[in-house]
Design a protein around this ligand. Sequence first.
Ligand SMILES: Cc1cc2nc3c(=O)[nH]c(=O)nc-3n(C[C@H](O)[C@H](O)[C@H](O)COP(=O)(O)OP(=O)(O)OC[C@H]3O[C@@H](n4cnc5c(N)ncnc54)[C@H](O)[C@@H]3O)c2cc1C
Length: 338
Amino acid sequence: MSTHFLQAPAVARLSRWGLLDRIIDSDCPPINDLLLEVDGQDMPVPFEGSDLIPALFAPRRTVLDKILVDAAREAGAEVKEGFYVEELVQEDGRVTGVTGRTGDGERVTEHAKVVIGADGRHSVVAEKAGAAFVERVEPVSCGYYGYFTGDFPERTEFRIKPDHLQISFPTHQAQVIIAQWPPDMFKTVRKNPEEHLRQAWAGSEVGDALSSAKLTEKVLGSADIPNFVRQSWGPGWALAGDAVYQKDPAPADGINDAYRGAENLTKALDDGLSGRVEMEEALAGYAQTIEDARKRTLPLTIQVSSFTEPPPVKFQAFMELTAWHAEDQMAIEAGVHA
Ligand SMILES: Cc1cc2nc3c(=O)[nH]c(=O)nc-3n(C[C@H](O)[C@H](O)[C@H](O)COP(=O)(O)OP(=O)(O)OC[C@H]3O[C@@H](n4cnc5c(N)ncnc54)[C@H](O)[C@@H]3O)c2cc1C
C-alpha cells in the first residue's frame, strides 16, 4: 500500500541512475504545476525544471519498482523474486546470512558479508537483528486514497484544511485522490472511504471533476502508519528505507528518503567492502546520515501530518521540508552524496 509522488531529489536520483527515461517512456504524466492551499489561500508553485529533473513524476509503484528491479538485475545483481526471509543466520554475535523460502516453498540459506534489510516498516531483518527504536511516535493521522479517471487539472495539489489534508496528483492513466484525517476519524471514514474522499474534496476544481469521475480500483487506506527511526546497523547487518526510518505519508517523503538512504548505504558498503575504510567506520558514517535526517525531518513530518497543529504551522513545517529537499537536490546536481 503506497501512493507514489516523487519529490525532486528522488527524480534527480532516478535521473543520475539513468532510469528517468524509462519512467518518461512509460507514459507517466510530467507534473510541472503544484498548488498549495493554507487558510483558504491558493498558492500556485510552478516547478522550475533542470536537465536532471525536467519535471516531477508520480509513477505507479508497479511501474517504478519494476524499473528499479530490472536495473539492479542489468547491473549484475542476482535477483530472486518471491523469496521470503524468515530468520537471520548468526555466528558469534554477527549476522552472516539469512534463511527463508522461495515462492515454491523451498527452504534456502544464503550467506553474506553484510545483510541489508530493505524490507519495509515490518522489517524481519530489523526484528531478528534486535534493532532498537531510536524514536517512535504512534500514528498521527489516518488516510485513504483512490485512482479516478476524469477531467482533472494536470497538477499536484496539497491542501491544508483545519480538520483534514487533501493531496492529489496525476499518475499513469489516472488521478490519485488522497485525504488524511485525525486518527480518531478512522472508524467513521472506513465505513465508506470513497464517499469521504469525495466529501473532503467537495467545493474545489478537483471536487467538481470527482463528481463525474470513475473510480478505477478499490480505495485503500490505513490508520496504522507510525513514525519511527531504528538503529541502522550492527555487526553484519544494516537497514535501509522504511525499515530504518518510517514516516507518515502526508509529506510524500518515504520513497525519496529511501533512495537517499540507499545511495548513502551503497557508498558506505563500497568503502567497507573495498577496504578503503573499516566497515564499522563506514556504517557509522551511514548511521550519522540517518541521525541527521531524524533530527531535522521527523519533527517536521509530525507537524505536517498531525492535526494538533494549526494550518499555518503545518505549512511552515512543509516549507522547511521543501528546503531540505532543495539542499539535497543541489547536492545531487553538484554530484555529491548527501
Ligand atoms: C498510504 C501510503 C502512501 C504513501 N505515499 C507516498 C508518496 O506519495 N510518496 C512517497 O515518497 N512515499 C509514500 N509513502 C511511503 C513509501 O511507500 C515508503 O516510504 C517506501 O515504499 C519505502 O520503500 P522501502 O523499499 O523501504 O519499503 P517497501 O516499499 O515497503 O518495500 C519493502 C519490500 O520488502 C519486501 N519484504 C518485506 N518483508 C520481507 C521479507 N521478510 N522477505 C523478503 N522480502 C520482504 C516487501 O514485499 C517489499 O517488496 C506512502 C506510504 C503509505 C503507507
